[in-house]
Design a protein around this ligand. Structure first.
Ligand code: KIV
Length: 271
């Protein structure tokens, strides 16, 4: 029997066990109660309350504007829906980079006010002191390397990262530093598959990829992208399992037609 099927509640230890057994970890984003209920019921292992909510839910161009209180609002909605998955909450931009005390206070606020199970932050060696400090409060931390959207203005583009040897070497060093600092897992975003596979082999903690190939320990996608609710964003790594943008547009069109033609409501649809 796989670890996935046996487990009633996913913990960070369960994820480690999955890696040890070679069982891939499934992770998806969720930002609200209704979608989180579906995703958890379907059996996903990890739910990420990502700061991509800034783009997907609020329509911002980047992840930078979302606030700690807004992340807590999304996370607490998700927590109310979930029975089984491990819930990881992104520390938003500007709430942990200042110093390790700020990182600890932001993480405590998230855990206390949302009920999430762990936090995620972006960066390598420069955030290890913060990771260690957050861990002193018993809060599990997930790292995030490669394409780190909170640094978009430093890099200028959302293209594949660590293609050059120097950047690849730095990424490997950062990954080891995150493991040493105590992260229970890391996300690798949009880097060459070979490099991601090497990192997953070298680390004992799970490595979860998005646009990082199949040689890692698990995969994460933004829920709204994989069900096709968003339609302008089509990177190579994205597999769309549904086309909800088109389906919903068609349904709304039919509803408008039915209202205008007085077909809705019919005699059975009223009191
Ligand atoms: O915020 C997010 O959705 C993420 C994933 C892309 C990993 O960080």
């Amino acid at each position: 029997m796989s670890v996935h099927k046996e487990i009633k509640k996913v913990t960070t230890n369960v994820l480690l066990e999955m890696k040890r057994k070679g069982e891939k970890i499934s992770m998806l984003t969720a930002y609200d109660y209704t979608m989180a209920k579906i995703v958890d019921h379907a059996g996903v292992d990890v739910i990420l309350v990502g700061d991509s909510a800034s783009n997907v839910m609020a329509g911002h161009e980047t992840t930078l504007p979302i606030t700690l209180d807004q992340m807590i609002y999304h996370a607490s909605s998700v927590v109310r829906a979930v029975d089984r998955a491990l819930i990881v909450v992104d520390l938003p931009f500007g709430t942990y980079q200042g110093n390790s005390k700020e990182a600890l206070n932001s993480s405590i606020k998230i855990m206390k006010e949302s009920g999430g199970h762990a936090v995620k932050l972006e960066g390598g060696m420069e955030v290890t002191e913060s990771i260690q400090r957050i861990l002193t409060a018993g809060i599990p931390v997930m790292g995030h390397l490669g394409l780190t959207p909170q640094s978009i203005y430093k890099f200028g583009t959302y293209t594949v990262r660590a293609k050059e040897e120097l950047e690849a070497k730095k990424l490997i060093e950062d990954a080891h530093a995150l493991e040493k600092a105590g992260c229970f897992a890391i996300v690798l975003e949009k880097i060459p598959a070979k490099l991601a596979e090497q990192v997953a082999k070298e680390l004992t903690i799970p490595v979860i990829g998005i646009g990082a190939g199949g040689g890692v320990d698990g995969q994460v996608l933004v829920f709204h992208d994989m069900v096709g609710l968003t339609h302008e964003f089509s990177p190579r790594f994205l597999r769309r399992y549904l086309n909800l943008y088109d389906d919903i547009t068609e349904a709304v069109g039919k509803y408008i037609q039915d209202v205008k033609s007085k077909d809705f409501p019919n005699s059975n649809e009223q009191y």
